[in-house]
Design a protein around this ligand. Sequence first.
Ligand SMILES: Cc1cc2nc3c(=O)[nH]c(=O)nc-3n(C[C@H](O)[C@H](O)[C@H](O)COP(=O)(O)OP(=O)(O)OC[C@H]3O[C@@H](n4cnc5c(N)ncnc54)[C@H](O)[C@@H]3O)c2cc1C
Length: 493
Amino acid sequence: MGPLKRVAVIGTGLGGLSATLVLTHNGYDVTVFERNLHPGGKAGNLEIGGYRFDTGPSILTMPFVIDRLFDSVGESRGDHLEFVRLDPITRYFFPDGTALDAFADPERFSAEVQEKLDVPGDRVRAYLRRCSEIYSLAGDLFLFEDLGRSLFSLKALWGVLNSWRLDLFRTMHQVNDARLKEKRLVQLFDRYATYNGSDPYRISGIFNMIQHVEYDLGSYAVKGGIFAIPKALHRLSEEKGANFRFGEEVESILVERGRARGVITGSKHERFDIVLSNSDVVHTYDKLLDDGSSRTARRYARMEPSVSGAVFYIGIRKAFDDLLVNNIFFSPDYEREFKDIFERRRCPSDPTVYVNITSKVDPEDAPRGCENWFVLVNAPWDSGQDWRSEMERTRSSVIERVGKALGCDLTKEVEVVGTLDPSGIQKRYLTNKGSIYGVSSNDRNAAFLRQGSRARGYEHLYFAGGSAHPGGGMPLVISSGMIAARSIIKREK
Ligand SMILES: Cc1cc2nc3c(=O)[nH]c(=O)nc-3n(C[C@H](O)[C@H](O)[C@H](O)COP(=O)(O)OP(=O)(O)OC[C@H]3O[C@@H](n4cnc5c(N)ncnc54)[C@H](O)[C@@H]3O)c2cc1C
């Protein structure tokens, strides 16, 4: 056997960490460069005045992807992470005063919909069955395979032949409107477009498979917070021999005759056999490989980014029994919200507000009798907006909408507030224009145009992360790390 192959991983997002774990377990000599001081990327940790917050993701779906990752390195996930299945998954507050619990149990959920929205339970059950049919036809292919390779496979052909059953050529909203026929219920299910940062009025109906993922496969909180996931992957990778270098930014990737040969950090050249970028694809082609003038760089830069977010980390000096771990406060005009985001490029004037409270699962995340509110409003990607005024305006809307729904003056209950705006997301994680999920899926072809695990035009260079295949969101990003590691193991012996 020859010497161990040396791999440089750029970034400790969940994609980079997953790839690192698998590669290290398979005998590669992995060095990970991370410009920030902690692992996790967007899935980070924040403490303000006695309150703990996860900085980004809060809803864990498809936990079996994480189980598979641990299995693949001879470990049991349960020895490292504890997941808490949520039922109800989310409490929805509508502007007309209706509050509805989305139960994971389909019988209870359809009974709730019948009682609160006067929609026959059968209609909801039939709708969810259809969502699960789409997942079983297309899910495995689009989420776990190296698409470049499988594009011409029989399975792909099967998917294309079934395109009418997949609702490929209608938008998510059109499908939901036709099937559910009740405005509030349509809004509830249209919301799933935001799980990959897209617009329900443009994204294809095939993405209704996301509802199956949440209702049938389950939605979870994590004991110790979402940050427990990167922490566990980092610890395990280190135990297996990976070398982490925090606070070191990779300035560029060394390339010789079309081959990635190492990285440059702090103006020092370091040679590696293989480079895996967990940095955003646009940033990688633009800043780490060339000056952004190559065809590939321009091609990725043209793709529409996903939504970004206006995030408020709020310590509340009161406990609200009316709230669950996940809560949504809907706006009256959903379509206008997405026009604000994608066309007018401003924070919605009357936004839907998401509130996640981990102290309902982990009481130590907030002082006794208090709650840690992670508040997220969908926002446009950064194109130089005045974020200070956008955030102030959004914060007032949040306080007003949520306070009204809960029947109290929230300003009196706020103890501490931290914020993160799209330009902050861009600067902290170097993501393209501050997008949360990489490329949006508004374009029907996005899945096929997204960067695959192997770089175009460069040998020994690979990608993992939300801007690469299969896309953003924790399970997909972890899947991308596993796909990239498999691809390296297969090609780079
Ligand atoms: C506000 C918010 C809410 C979200 N909610 C959810 C949710 O509820 N559920 C869900 O599943 N997903 C959610 N997501 C999305 C999820 O967080 C991401 O899809 C996922 O964490 C991205 O992982 P990644 O591997 O792409 O890496 P990233 O998290 O983007 O991390 C990349 C890392 O690379 C580092 N890096 C980049 N360039 C360099 C360089 N040149 N040198 C050194 N280091 C570099 C960065 O510092 C960063 O640490 C949310 C995201 C945000 C921001």
